[in-house]
Design a protein around this ligand. Structure first.
Ligand code: SER
Length: 319
């Protein structure tokens, strides 16, 4: 594909890893990282970095023109827990951030756009086990409402203006290179740092809260997979269900104990429990598998051993 790639929200949990993966694939200068502020992470030193807000459409369009950008990954958003605290800001950022990119794409300037949806787009009336691709949605969180509305906008822009926008409903994402911020599934990353550093963790979700989760490496493969798929195989233009594994905090703690036998977990559920309870337990992602060949690689055992090994290395380097 001719032209360069822009990642908006590049310093976030997904953006950091996506920047690394896309630079390894296409070369450092072909991938422009961007965020609302500069990052200190040395990961970003190897290629172009632009500071702007996704809400500043003229500035974003100027960057797109300057670098001859043809593909945009629009990842800037407030996650579920932060969105509940700042509903107005969440709505503005999560909706208008997408809207600006779709409007720029509509001019014909961009070949492809990626925008992430989430399991949060589902709600309490959705069948919770093996949640189908097409089902009752009715999200109850601000974040989920913005994701469902965004999915509808994506499909609308594809049908009406032929904007080639592609989307995945990510489960909770677990990785060691970057940390999440303000999400409900963040416990499944925090727990590893606490287990390694202090052997203790107090979880903000109850022991039996089952949620769909995925190792970041799988999520990045899915993201690049859907973006590289031929246009005609991306048949769903709202957003694809995507599934890796599902587990509860208790099951994750038991798996961690295989590596750190003295690990202790306690539970103090807070408002995030209500968000988690409104989301599915597990996801049917057969359409992503059929349409563009998605396959996950990490099960709970591999995810846990990889996280422990990599975070241990990271902490040794820092100390
Ligand atoms: N992981 C996200 C969150 O917890 C859901 O998309 O907010």
């Amino acid at each position: 594909m001719q032209g360069n790639i822009l990642i908006v929200g590049a310093t976030g949990q997904i953006g950091t890893e996506l920047t690394l993966a896309l630079r390894a694939k296409h070369g450092n200068n072909a991938v422009i990282a961007s965020d609302i502020k500069m990052s200190e992470d040395p990961i970003f030193k190897d290629g172009p970095f632009e500071v702007f807000s996704v809400l500043d459409r003229p500035r974003m369009e100027a960057v797109i023109d300057q670098y001859n950008v043809k593909v945009v990954y629009q990842l800037a958003a407030l996650l579920s827990a932060t969105s509940e605290k700042y509903p107005e800001k969440a709505w503005d950022l999560n909706m208008n951030g997408l809207f600006h990119i779709l409007e720029i794409a509509k001019t014909g300037k961009l070949d492809r756009v990626f925008w992430p949806s989430s399991i949060a787009a589902f709600g309490p009336n959705t069948p919770a086990d093996d949640t189908p691709q097409f089902t009752i949605m009715e999200p109850t969180s601000i974040y989920g409402i913005s994701k469902l509305a965004g999915e509808r906008w994506c499909e609308y822009y594809f049908n009406k203006f032929n904007v080639d926008v592609r989307s995945i409903r990510y489960p909770g994402l677990i990785g060691y290179r970057s940390e999440p911020g303000g999400g409900t599934t963040d416990y499944a990353v925090d727990i590893f740092y606490h287990a390694i550093e202090s052997g203790k963790y107090t979880c903000f979700l109850g022991p039996n809260t089952r949620l769909p989760m995925m190792m970041m490496e799988d999520a990045i493969n899915a993201t690049i997979g859907i973006m590289e798929a031929p246009k005609e195989s991306v048949k769903i233009r709202g957003s694809y269900n995507l599934s890796g594994i599902s587990f509860t905090p208790e099951e994750l703690a038991n798996e961690i104990r295989k590596h750190i036998p003295e690990f202790e977990i306690s539970y103090a559920p807070d408002f995030r429990q209500g968000l988690a309870d409104s989301w599915p337990n597990s996801i049917d992602d057969s359409r992503a598998r059929e349409d563009w060949g998605w396959q996950h690689r990490f099960d709970l055992a591999r995810l846990t051993s990889t996280m422990i090994e990599e975070i241990r290395k990271k902490l040794v380097v820092k100390s």
